[in-house]
Write a protein that binds this ligand. Sequence first.
Ligand code: MCA
Ligand code: AMP
Length: 523
Amino acid sequence: MSTLVERLLGQPAAAVAIEPGAARAAATSFGDVAEASARLAHVLREHHGVESGDRVGLLLEPGAAFIHALTAVWRARAAALVLTPLHPPKERARLLDDAGARLVIASPELAAVAADGTSATAVHVFASAASGAASLDGHALPPPPCARALLPETDDLALLVYTSGTTSLPKGVLLRHHHLEAQCDAIARAWQLRSDDVLVHALPLHHVHGLVIALLSVLRVGGSAIMQPSFDAHAVLTACARASVFMGVPTMYARLLDALDALTPEARAAAAATLADLRLCTSGSAGLPVSLGERWARYAGRYPVERFGMTELGVALSNRVAGERVPGSVGWPLPSVHVRVVDDAGAPADEGELQVRGPTVFEGYWERPDETAAAFVFDEGVRWFRTGDTVRRHGDGRVSVLGRTSVDILKSAGYKLSAPAIEEALRRHPDVRDAAVVGLPDETYGQRVAAAVMLRPGASLTAEALLTFARSELAPYALPRLVHFVDDVPRNAMGKVRKPVLAELLAILEGHDADVHEGTTQR
Ligand code: MCA
Ligand code: AMP
């Protein structure tokens, strides 16, 4: 089995990997990726002590330099930890420490941000032209003695991707090159990805959706990507005119539809014609509301291909590209993916927990033996991954997602969030005695984060002041959108917060109580 890197290096050198963003900018070819990654990999190993199995942080904008650096880390036989500037420095430091990262490769623009997040890890500034000429810390990188010798093995650790759990600490998902290859291969076969595909890429790169499912799956078959600096609905609609594939989270579809609705009738008709020309639009990371999918179908001619995925396994289930797309369903297992549905006792059932096995399923969580053990069940010697999602399997084998098994896992705008992590961040404020976080249903975001906060006696704290504090602890997408101060957090006799009751209470208060506004609640 070859690795993803070998597949990228095996593409025709002149073929485009990254399409230029602006009209006169240069494209990046697969040959450029080969050139820049070989130079950087050589210097990482020879001058910066990078060894097989090391973890290397990456903090770069979407674009050619990101691909050059990622491929270089792999050619140095190290694993990449993709960081985001959306994280506050404290969060970045926690991840780098947890991963024991040897160094961080940052773009010139993000180097200061990267350095702010860590005292223990050295930051190196990587700049590269689209052409593949590159420099590290201001020194031009020479070609290595033998570029082809720099290749990882299928068993090498490729990625460490942090995902939220039911505890307050995110856990690192260990993905080896053979996992990535199996995931991208299953996706490419199910979605019939081709070398002439052009992907509009507007997803964050620190998650598997943007990094593996979208970007790497398309590049692996020799396709190319138009990488957007961030998600902007109008920019995405414009880029779609040059593309064949779009992959997004439901919130992006909502934003795109709102942007379409706001256009003049002529502009809207032109945009709709562009969307109808796309070969493939997929939606995932959270359930796609049927009303949203149908609105999209009215513009683009077809319902998006909804699929189910997880950081731990890429995509497990998908509706069919050529065949049936069932609204409200995530479809059938991908090639090589085996799924089963079990009840609480572990017996086969039509409705229950979704479990998955096969070559796409990750190995375990980085240095978390207990959480790894809890994530799998063994049945007659076969290891099944417990997704924590409750699903229904229909007679024709297709699956619908009913919800998460744990109320402590939220999904907002496609981001998985841990309620305990947000609660702990709020509790770090000296005036906060207790906090409980729930997700409230939301058509655009799936769930909105809402918090009930109990202050210490005598403290006076506004929601704004609390949120200002929380910004130094949490990414913007994890911030509560509703803060309600309570005299007591409702708990049962065991001391456990009664979250369903709390969610109902907060939803009612949000609708009716004039004192409760997004981010502006005052005690
Ligand atoms: C933004 N806003 C929100 C939220 N996010 N309101 C409530 N809840 C939210 N989560 C509001 C802001 O307050 C602001 O409001 C307005 O929206 C614009 O905010 P902004 O930060 O600019 O939003 P954005 O940058 O446009 O972000 C929306 C987004 C982003 C592009 C959809 O959330 C995103 O990239 N999500 C993708 C996450 C993802 O990739 N997950 C994959 C993990 P106002 O205008 O009033 O100020 S899952 C995975 O990897 C597995 C494998 C899988 O299955 O895919
Ligand atoms: P993450 O851990 O961030 O990779 O998120 C994985 C989780 O996203 C899954 O366990 C599901 O709860 C959710 N998810 C992904 N795709 C879908 C979908 N199409 N419908 C409903 N939930 C989804």
